[in-house]
Write a protein that binds this ligand. Structure first.
Ligand code: F6R
Length: 609
């Protein structure tokens, strides 16, 4: 939610900031803005409603020279997307410029007070209180003014601040919204996320909550809001720049779907001990004894990650025989959960920054429960909050719709099932059987991807329907929900995902010739039940797209269209069945002329509640 980039060095700041904003655009894209300070200490501010390409158009032909500045891409919370509400925001004298990600919760009280003191406000944003507060406390030193201002602020923020009266520095701070410092030679950066600065440096410092600091072109310093210096370690980022680029694909979403075999391989790599039928997770070694005594696993997450957790529930309960509870993090954090001594919490998050998941984790940790994470972004807030965890190593996921991270999460949950199961009753034979099958999954996914033209044809055929029902049972019930979620979020077609058995309890009333159903029915333990549901839909003239196992001739006679997936263990079918559904949604979005990478109203990393 909102992307921030700041540069200070010897190079022209504008192209670096614009490029950084493009890489951060997945975080929000309803408006954007920059401020660059030139060598005469004159600020150049350009702000616009719309995407970074609109900002570029507005910047066109403007020669803005200057070697430091900040930029922002916005996902609106307070105040509609407009030129005025775009960041940076400034003080009365237009000398202090602030870009902000997060929400200032006490902004209306602060604004009222500042207005009484004579400050003039020109936007509807919560952010605008920040430059005015900083102005109020500014006595010549920007860090000190920012520090005093932040002491008055309640809420979530990552900010970057520039001041003409204390130039040649960028002051920044973090509270509950991600921010990193990038260290270069004769240049330094701040950014919401690593991809923004990957082209310039791989040496980063991850800020923690309550920390702030300052960068100049040759130096940096980090301290807390009590003005105590904090010494921080720098980290070397493993991601390459090409991973954060489209690499010849039209969209990140398609690129990331095509990367799924590799993402699964990366999740597996170095973790399988086939002979022993065991799994090794370096990140869980310190807590292995506690995990041996686990009585219950509580999985918390949001959106697609939550649906991965739901598949994990079926896997772990069936094979590891550990009770699992799934908790939507936004609800869980406000519940009064009955936690027990040997409960373990597992937070699943691609970004590692989802506010609800982070706060649910913090709350449970505070109550003394062991917390684990399955996280993709190294060094992210949740990764640092949990006691132990497993990284996905899926590489950057830029498309707003989660795709490769989902199959990676499912892979890790399958590994976790073996890991936990083998500490309990799971036999060596069963452990080996699951792992052997898991090793085949990347190739199976490749086979599905190779037939993507068939899914494109289906997208052409079905693109104009207004509603879809997605049905599945057991392991594929969460996949029905994920298929519906993908379709609605990037094509804006109404879609619902249900456990197939639930259909008769209401949704069947909607079925007619204009309401197609996508039925996930691999040859598994609930296949016959799915066939009954298909018959019920057919009896009401509903069209059926079925996903089933290769070689299943019967389905060809029942469904209007069939997508085949390779045969595998029932618990692993979701990793295969979701792929055609991701492609189906992708192709319909493209056919409708929509941008699947940037669906309306959405942002990749939901860092506000
Ligand atoms: C849907 C999607 C979202 C995310 C959710 C959690 O395609 O991307 O539903 O899955 O916002 O995000 P993370 O995994 O970053 O916590």
């Amino acid at each position: 939610m909102c992307g921030i980039i700041g540069y200070i060095g010897k190079k022209e700041a504008l192209p670096i900031i614009v490029e950084g904003l493009k890489r951060l655009e997945y975080r929000g894209y309803d408006s954007a803005g920059i401020v660059i300070i030139d060598e005469t200490n004159t600020p150049y501010i350009v702000k616009t409603k719309g995407k970074i390409k609109d900002l570029e158009e507005k910047l066109n032909f403007k020669k803005i020279q200057g070697t430091f500045g900040v930029g922002h891409t916005r996902w609106a919370t307070h105040g509609e997307p407009s030129d005025a509400n775009a960041h940076p925001h400034f003080d009365c004298k237009k000398e202090i410029f602030v870009v902000h990600n997060g929400i200032i919760e006490n902004y209306s009280r602060l604004k009222e007070q500042l207005q009484k003191e004579g400050h003039r406000f020109i936007t509807e944003t919560d952010t605008e209180v920040l430059p005015h507060l900083i102005e109020k406390y500014f006595k010549g030193n920007l860090e000190e003014a920012v520090r005093l201002a932040l002491k008055k602020v309640i809420g979530a923020y990552a900010i970057a601040v520039i001041c003409l009266k204390d130039p040649e520095k960028i002051v920044f701070a973090r509270q509950s919204s991600p921010l990193i410092v990038g260290l270069g030679k004769g240049e330094n950066f701040i950014a919401s996320d690593v991809p923004a600065i990957l082209g310039y440096t791989k040496k980063v410092i991850y800020l923690d909550d309550g920390e702030m600091g300052v960068i100049t072109k040759d130096d940096f310093q980090i301290f807390n809001l009590d003005n105590q210096v904090v010494s921080k370690k720098s980290h070397y980022v493993q991601w390459s720049l090409s991973q954060a680029e489209k690499g010849g694909f039209d969209h990140f979403m398609l690129k990331e779907i095509m990367e799924e075999p590799g993402a699964i391989q990366n999740a597996i790599r170095g973790r399988i001990m086939l002979e022993e039928g065991m799994v090794k997770f370096g990140g869980l070694e310190n807590v292995i004894d506690k995990l041996k005594n686990i009585d219950r696993l509580i999985i918390t997450a949001m959106g697609t990650a939550l649906l991965a957790g739901r598949v994990g529930e079926y896997m772990i309960e069936e094979y590891a025989q550990i009770p699992v509870e799934i908790e939507n993090a936004s609800e869980f954090r406000y519940k009064k959960p009955m936690l027990r001594k040997n409960d373990v919490l597992l937070a699943i998050s691609q970004s590692g920054e989802t506010a609800d998941t982070l706060f649910a984790t913090k709350e449970v940790k505070r109550k003394g429960v062991l917390t684990l994470g399955v996280i993709n972004v190294v060094g992210s807030s949740i990764a640092r909050e949990v006691d132990a965890g497993v990284y996905n190593h899926a590489g950057p996921e830029i498309g707003v719709a989660a795709t490769k991270s989902f199959v990676s999460q499912l892979t890790i949950l399958a590994l976790l099932t073996v890991f936990l199961g083998r500490q309990k009753e799971m036999s060596l034979v069963m452990g080996r059987r699951i792992l052997e099958e898991l090793l085949k999954i990347p190739d199976f996914v490749k086979q599905i991807l190779a037939k993507r033209d068939k899914i494109k044809e289906l997208a052409e055929k079905y693109q104009n329907y207004q509603n879809f029902l997605f049905l599945g049972r057991k392991y594929n019930y969460p996949i029905a929900q994920e298929g519906a979620l993908k379709l609605k979020e990037i094509t804006y077609i109404h879609a619902e995902g249900y456990p197939a058995g639930e259909m008769k309890h209401g949704p069947i009333a909607m079925i007619d010739k204009n309401f197609p159903s996508v039925v996930i029915a691999p040859k598994d333990s609930v296949y016959e039940k799915m066939i009954s549901n298909i018959q019920e839909i057919k009896a009401r003239k509903g069209k059926i797209i079925a996903i089933t196992t290769e070689g299943n001739i019967e389905m060809g006679q029942l469904a209007d269209d069939v997508i085949y997936i390779p045969k595998t263990l029932e618990m692993l079918t979701p990793i295969l069945s979701v792929v055609p559904l991701q492609l189906f949604a992708y192709y319909i979005a493209v056919l409708k002329g929509l941008d699947p990478d940037k669906p309306r109203n959405l942002a990749k990393s939901v860092t506000v509640e």
